[in-house]
Design a binder for this molecule. Structure first.
Ligand SMILES: CC(=O)SCCNC(=O)CCNC(=O)[C@H](O)C(C)(C)COP(=O)(O)OP(=O)(O)OC[C@H]1O[C@@H](n2cnc3c(N)ncnc32)[C@H](O)[C@@H]1OP(=O)(O)O
Ligand SMILES: CC(C)C(=O)C(=O)O
Length: 554
């Protein structure tokens, strides 16, 4: 890359503003949302949606709660025109939803656009023309005055055609390529359009200031928006709207700062689909508000189903790390994250916390239809004992002693490392079971008898390396007595170090699960787990499992 001298900054800074927006710290109320999925999103698809697909998408947008939906560019194609007609003729537009249609400032296109709208109750006619220096010079080869005339003549035509049709039709104007336009000129052209449309309290006009191509850092855009908001004529009857694209990856920042700077409306798409790097992702914007306690007035409670519909209809994928909606955005593979999440969830439960503040999870995944079990703690070679213990506890009911979690954790992650793959919860459970639970080789106890003599005396019958053996010894409890009997026969030197147990739900019944740690003379630790209806038997099984693990380790 040695052509940097080919490039320079293409944006125009707003004349001095007070940057009032910089003193505001968050978006405190939902803007008016307008989905442009069916127009800007659709025009960027490899295969634009068919009529049937657009109808299904439209219904989804209505279900989410959008009250303004740009449904297309009716003059662009038969499908676009027919879609508009189908919505109207089949009465598919709820009374509280306004459809929006885009038109260039050319009479035959405006005419066709109004034709497409006949019989519609509520519509926004969205007129645009490009105003940037680059487009004026290279594309239109026109002066500022001539470009202004395109806008003004289009505005007049829209007004004229509106007079010919019944229905509540409002107007929107976009100085397309606004971010490459000198702000004073953008203001002049918008005011000229407003002079034609004469907005009033009952006939507000939308001035949409698009980041058609992102050319600057977000604060530059915020200044431009503040400048426009403060200098547009008829301001009280003008709705300032944002329409950010994402070329520099700042569409969300542009929108949020633009809202702080005075804009009231946002045009964007689901999952950020749209021209080039896309339009601003409305899900991200809405969830950013939601995560700060501001109701976005859109319902994203079932992102998995929305993702399925979206991918099927647009034939577009959703990036795994797309904020909020990506498949992996709540997944914690790494040990310290898992540990903190598991502890955070427990703390929440113990304290009856109502405000969400679990570390590493900006929102509760369940609020948007994701599951803790399958979406949050995921196991691979980066995982730790906290996460593995969390899965065994929440999914399978095993509340391992703290020290045992470490042993199991290292075992599981080393297997994931060797296999070089993620382990699913069932696989984690299998590893736990086959390495710790009811291990019956080389020792398998077949019978146990206890009598009260010198404390407790245990007589055990067991298979040991193919031989049938009986051993007797005493101890200060049953487990201790069994342990001493095993030790006296096998000659192995270890001491019982940890014992714990709890009830384990198995189907509708409950069993006892015990955990035993033994420590060898040279300080090595071995764990075993036993499960049985009887609590003593479960503890003996846990002990034997630990001893077997020790013997198998040589
Ligand atoms: C940033 C955006 O997303 S803007 C929206 C873009 N979306 C689309 O364009 C999708 C749908 N568009 C289409 O299907 C087609 O472009 C149509 C049907 C609207 C028009 O098609 P056509 O007339 O064949 O051609 P095309 O779009 O290439 O027109 C270019 C001409 O219109 C002019 N033009 C472009 N935009 C505008 C506008 N907003 N207002 C007035 N004239 C315009 C161009 O200067 C050019 O003029 P010229 O013929 O004198 O050179
Ligand atoms: C028509 C306008 C609003 C547009 O799509 C853009 O500038 O990106």
């Amino acid at each position: 890359m040695n052509n940097v001298s080919k490039y320079t900054r293409q944006f125009f800074e707003a004349p001095k503003t007070e940057m009032k927006w910089a003193g505001r710290s968050y978006v405190d109320k939902a803007p008016m949302w307008c989905s442009v999925d069916l127009r800007d999103g659709n025009q960027a698809l490899i295969i634009p949606m068919s009529l049937g697909e657009k109808l299904e998408f439209f219904q989804k947008l209505v279900d989410i709660g959008f009250k303004e939906i740009e449904i297309g560019f009716p003059a662009a194609s038969e499908t676009e025109y027919d879609f508009c007609r189908t919505l109207i003729e089949q009465d598919l537009i709820p009374d509280d939803v306004t459809i929006q249609v885009l038109t260039q400032s050319r009479e035959h296109i405006i005419q066709k656009t109004f034709e497409a709208l006949r019989g519609c109750k509520n519509a926004i006619v969205h007129l645009y023309n490009s105003t940037s220096l680059a487009q004026r010079e290279q594309v239109f080869r026109k002066s500022r005055e001539e470009i202004k005339e395109i806008a003004v003549s289009g505005a007049k035509l829209c007004k004229e055609y509106r007079g010919k049709y019944e229905g509540n039709f409002r107007f929107e104007y976009s100085p397309e390529s606004f971010t490459g336009t000198e702000p004073e000129f953008a203001l002049e052209i918008c005011n000229a359009v407003l002079d034609v449309w004469q907005p009033s309290h009952d006939d507000k006009v939308i001035i949409n200031l698009p980041v058609t191509v992102q050319l600057s850092m977000p604060h530059i855009y915020a200044n431009q928006i503040e400048y426009m908001c403060e200098n547009l004529k008829y301001r009280e009857n003008v709705i300032v709207s944002l329409h950010p694209h994402n070329d520099r990856g700042c569409a969300v920042a542009d929108t949020e700062m633009g809202l702080l700077a005075g804009a009231e409306r946002v045009e964007g798409t689901l999952f950020g689909n749209g021209e080039r790097t896309g339009n601003v992702d409305i899900i991200t914007l809405a969830m950013n508000m939601y995560s700060q306690g501001v109701d976005p007035q859109l319902d994203f409670s079932d992102i998995p189903s929305l993702s399925e519909t979206y991918s099927r209809l647009t034939r577009m994928g959703i990036y795994e790390r797309q904020p909020y909606s990506g498949k992996l955005v709540f997944a914690a593979f790494s040990g310290s994250h898992q540990d903190a999440i598991a502890k955070g969830m427990k703390w929440r439960e113990e304290h009856g916390e109502t405000i969400w503040n679990v570390p590493y999870l900006p929102i509760d995944p369940q609020d948007i239809g994701r599951e803790y079990e399958s979406d949050v703690i995921r196991i691979n070679s980066q995982s730790g004992k906290g996460g593995i213990g969390y899965i065994l506890e929440t999914r399978f009911g095993y509340d391992l002693p703290k020290k045992m979690r470490e042993s199991v954790g290292y075992m599981v992650k080393s297997i994931s490392d060797r296999k070089h793959k993620e382990l699913l919860p069932d696989e984690v459970y299998e590893i736990f079971k086959s390495n710790y639970v009811d291990i019956v080789s080389p020792i398998r106890i077949t019978e146990t008898h206890f009598v009260q003599r010198n404390g407790i005396e245990a007589t055990i019958s067991f298979d040991y390396n193919g031989r049938k053996v009986t051993a007797t010894d005493t101890g200060n409890g049953r487990l201790d007595a069994v342990s001493n009997a095993i030790r006296s026969y096998t000659g192995s030197g270890y001491s019982l170090n940890t014992y714990s147990e709890h009830a384990l739900e198995v189907g509708s019944a409950s069993k006892a699960v015990s955990y035993v740690e033994i420590i060898t003379g040279d300080g090595k630790s071995f764990w075993g787990t036993g499960i049985d209806n009887d609590i003593i038997t479960s503890s003996v099984k846990a002990l034997v499992s630990a001893v077997n693990n020790m013997l198998n380790a040589g």
